[in-house]
Design a protein around this ligand. Structure first.
Ligand SMILES: [Zn+2]
Length: 418
C-alpha cells in the first residue's frame, strides 16, 4: 500500500469520526430524516465534497449530491453513495462509509492528476433506516422519483407527516420529485457498505463483492387455540397455541437449514394470556424469510405454509397469516460486479462473492440503473451498534479498490466511447 493510500485512509477515518459526533441525541449517535443533525451532516459532508472538487446541492428530500463533471458534457454519469441517516444509538460506519469513501477516492485521483471521462455523482441519501417514519428508503425513493403520495401521509412519533416535514424543509412548498436522471444517462450505482455480518471476518478478507441483495418476506402469524387450566386440563384435550407455535418455529428452522442460502427467523413472539398456570390460548409472532433467489424463497414459503397447515390440523388450532413486507431479490450488475471483482483481486489477491442479507439503497437504485456493492469487513459482524468498527487497514483496502475500480471503468469507458 502506497503512502498516499495510507494518508487517504487516515483522512477517511478522521472524517468518519467527525461525522460520528453529529447527533440528535446527546451521548449516542442518532441521525434521522431531515433532523437538525442530518442538516449539520449535509453541511459537513458538503464541505468535504467541495474540497474534493465536487459541485454540491441538496435536493427536495434532503439528499446531499456532489457532482464531478467530466470535460465531455455528453458523458454518462456514475453514481456512488449510501445513506447519512442512522439507526438509534448507531455506529459510525453504516451508511457514512459509502458516502465518504468515494469522496476521498475522488480527491486522491485529483491529487494524482487523473481525470475521469464520465461524470460522477456522490450521493448521501437522507433516509434509509426507516427510524423516524417506520418507512425505509425515503432518500433513494425521492432520488429515483418513486416516492408515493401514500408515503407522504405517514406520521412520526410527534404526529408530523412526511409531507409536512418535507414542506417545512423546502420552505413551504413540496411536490413529488421526478427521477434525478434518465436511465440511459447513467453508468450505474456503486455502494460501499460494511458487511453487517461475519463472513469476511471468518474468511480473513478485508473486502468482498456482493452478488445479490436477498429478497425478503415478512409475516405476522397468529395461532389460536383454547386457554385452559394448566392443572386440570388433560394433555390429550388441550389446544395449546404456544406448543403449536413452538413446533412450527423449530420446523421453520429445520427447513431453512436444509435449503442452502435460505435464512428464516422468528424474532418476536407474544403469548396470551401469558401466565404460568394457564395453557396458551393465542400466540402472535413474526416470521422473516430471505433468499437471493426469489424462486427458492417462494418454494421455502410453500413448505413453511404446508408445515403450518399440518400442525394446525393435528393440534386443532387456527392460524392467520398477514404479510407485512415483500421485496424481491436484486441481482447486482454482472459487468460492474466483474469490474469490481477485478479491482478486489488486484488489491487483495483474491475476491469473495457475498449475498447481502440486509436491504440497502441499492434495492431502490436498481429500479433506475444497474447496481454493484462492495462490502467491508466489520469487527464481529456487528452493526447498528456503537461498537460497530472497520479497521483503518481494511478501509485502506476498500479505498484502493475504489480508486482502481474508477480507473478501470475509465479505461473501459474510453475504449467504448472513444
Ligand atoms: Zn446501511
Amino acid at each position: 500500500m502506497s503512502s498516499i493510500k495510507t494518508n487517504a485512509a487516515q483522512l477517511l477515518v478522521s472524517m468518519l469520526d467527525e461525522l460520528g459526533h453529529l447527533t440528535d441525541e446527546p451521548g449516542r449517535l442518532t441521525r434521522t430524516f431531515l433532523s437538525p443533525a442530518m442538516q449539520r451532516a449535509n453541511r459537513l459532508v458538503g464541505d468535504c465534497m467541495r474540497a474534493a472538487g465536487l459541485q454540491v446541492r441538496v435536493d427536495s428530500v434532503g439528499n446531499l449530491i456532489g457532482r464531478l463533471e467530466s470535460p465531455d458534457p455528453k458523458a454518462k454519469t456514475l453514481l456512488l453513495g449510501s445513506h447519512l441517516d442512522t439507526v438509534r444509538d448507531a455506529g459510525r460506519f453504516d451508511g457514512p462509509l459509502g458516502v465518504l469513501l468515494p469522496i476521498v477516492a475522488l480527491a486522491d485521483l485529483k491529487v494524482r492528476g487523473v481525470e475521469l471521462p464520465f461524470h460522477v455523482e456522490v450521493l448521501g441519501f437522507s433516509e434509509e433506516e426507516g427510524v423516524r417514519f417506520a418507512s425505509a428508503y425515503l432518500g433513494s425513493e425521492g432520488y429515483t422519483g418513486r416516492l408515493k403520495p401514500a408515503t407522504l401521509a405517514l406520521r412520526d412519533a410527534a404526529g408530523i407527516s412526511v409531507g409536512e416535514a418535507l414542506e417545512e424543509f423546502n420552505g413551504g412548498k413540496f411536490s413529488l420529485p421526478k427521477p434525478a436522471h434518465q436511465r440511459g444517462d447513467l453508468l450505474g450505482y456503486v455502494e460501499v457498505h460494511i458487511e453487517q455480518g461475519p463472513v469476511l471476518e471468518a474468511k480473513k478478507l478485508a473486502v468482498g463483492v456482493v452478488s445479490a441483495i436477498a429478497g425478503q418476506s415478512r409475516f405476522k402469524l397468529t395461532w389460536t387455540g383454547k386457554a385452559g387450566h394448566a392443572g386440570t386440563t388433560p394433555m390429550a384435550l388441550r389446544r395449546d397455541a404456544l406448543a403449536g407455535a413452538a413446533e412450527f418455529i423449530a420446523g421453520v428452522e429445520a427447513i431453512a437449514r436444509r435449503m442452502p442460502g435460505l435464512v428464516a427467523t422468528v424474532g418476536a413472539l407474544t403469548v396470551s394470556p401469558g401466565a404460568a398456570n394457564v395453557i396458551s390460548g393465542a400466540v402472535v409472532h413474526t416470521l422473516d424469510v430471505r433468499h437471493a433467489d426469489d424462486r427458492r424463497r417462494r418454494s421455502a414459503l410453500m413448505a413453511i405454509g404446508r408445515l403450518a397447515t399440518q400442525i394446525a390440523g393435528r393440534r386443532k388450532l387456527t392460524r392467520a397469516w398477514q404479510r407485512t413486507q415483500e421485496n424481491g431479490a436484486v441481482a447486482c450488475s454482472p459487468s460492474l460486479t466483474a469490474r469490481l471483482e477485478q479491482s478486489v483481486k488486484v488489491v487483495q489477491g483474491k475476491s469473495l462473492s457475498l449475498v447481502s442479507g440486509a436491504g440497502h439503497d441499492g434495492v431502490v437504485m436498481s429500479t433506475l440503473t444497474p447496481v454493484a456493492m462492495l462490502f467491508v469487513r466489520c469487527r464481529d459482524g456487528l452493526s447498528h451498534h456503537p461498537d460497530e468498527y472497520a479497521s483503518p487497514k481494511d478501509l485502506a483496502v476498500a479505498l484502493a479498490v475504489m480508486t482502481d475500480f474508477l480507473r478501470g471503468l475509465a479505461t473501459d469507458y474510453t475504449d467504448e466511447h472513444g
